[in-house]
Ligand binder design. Sequence first.
Ligand SMILES: [Ca+2]
Ligand SMILES: [Ca+2]
Ligand SMILES: [Ca+2]
Length: 405
Amino acid sequence: MGAAVLLVGIGVFAGCSNDVVDPDKVATDVLDTHFVPRNENSSTVATNPAVPKLDGERLDIEWGSADLNTIPWKAIRLDAENGSGYPGAPIYAFVKSVYTEKHLYFLVQWNDFTQSDRKDILTYVGPDFSRLPPGECYPQYIFDAQYWTRTNAEDWLSLAFEVDPAGDSGGSFSEQGCLVACHGGGFGSPGAGKLDVWHWLAARTNPPLILVNPNDSPVSPGEGVAGYADDLFADAGGLQPDAPDSFAAYAANFEGGGTRPRLIYRRIEGLCDPDNGGLTPKYAFMWKPCTATSFALVPCDTLNDAPVDQTVARKWRPGDTVAGYILQRPGGSRADVRAKGLWDSDDRVWTLEMSRALVTSDPERDVTFDVGRARNYRFTLAIADNSTGVHFGSEAQTLRFVPAR
Ligand SMILES: [Ca+2]
Ligand SMILES: [Ca+2]
Ligand SMILES: [Ca+2]
């Protein structure tokens, strides 16, 4: 496998001359996580610039120089056999990990030829309203689901760790990964035990940006302005969101399996901009603070104010799109995992940086990383390319905490 990994590794990052993948360092199932000192008592910013900044940009200072190999790459093979459906020929994800006194960080890079970050785009496909007699209502078009379509999925990545030893009659998660504990029975339903699942979604959890460290300067945040990964768990009851008192980063902007939007942007009381931590607003999604009832799609709608793909309000025309999801910042135990992915259009690579506290306030549903006991943690990695269910999966891997020197 080593030679194959090397070849694929060089192929994936052919555009990055700094990346040297040594097959001896990557041909095992062990991902070492390396200690980075940080003054955790600092109430302002990370005092060590080597602590990763969650912004989807991979810097040498935060992830170790590839030449010095202080933080080696781990290539993880992902294939259809350990995934679901047939996503295509196997791919490799390149992973690094570090930890501080209180947090664990992952860097994952993988090839993806398409940036799929708009799931369930709602598109109006009825007549052009500017060609209809003015001054009339046309609920038979704007309010009829047959004049709307809902298309597209999203890229996603998930990590699964054991909270309680998981498996079923086919074996254990520790030995066979998702072959038994995720895909054995119903999806995400290990017969016994419990998995902690971190589910980064390019369309639904990546955009709601907020300071990673609330005490950071919003102008130059040392720890970044990140989105989230949905924090879920899987047991015999299936895949479920962390609870109670938690809420999701997203809600559907359509009814059930329907196609007609519930809400659209309107240019009333000023434009309701997403609050993206001072970054450039992105209109590919609806933002929860903008969802007053006055934003509901009504039968007499004649104007499309949606700022998606346009700057001036005008009458609806076929091809106009509305966001499929209403986004907000998640809360409670569901909001423990911070994540920011950026897609590079030149290299066609996703770069995802993730972080979670070693210990959360919800040890029932979240794996607890006990650095003091130097335990190893088995995990699996899954990646999807613009799909809800079809994905690549890895065999079970080991996360090993390298003791601080
Ligand atoms: Ca970074
Ligand atoms: Ca994609
Ligand atoms: Ca949690």
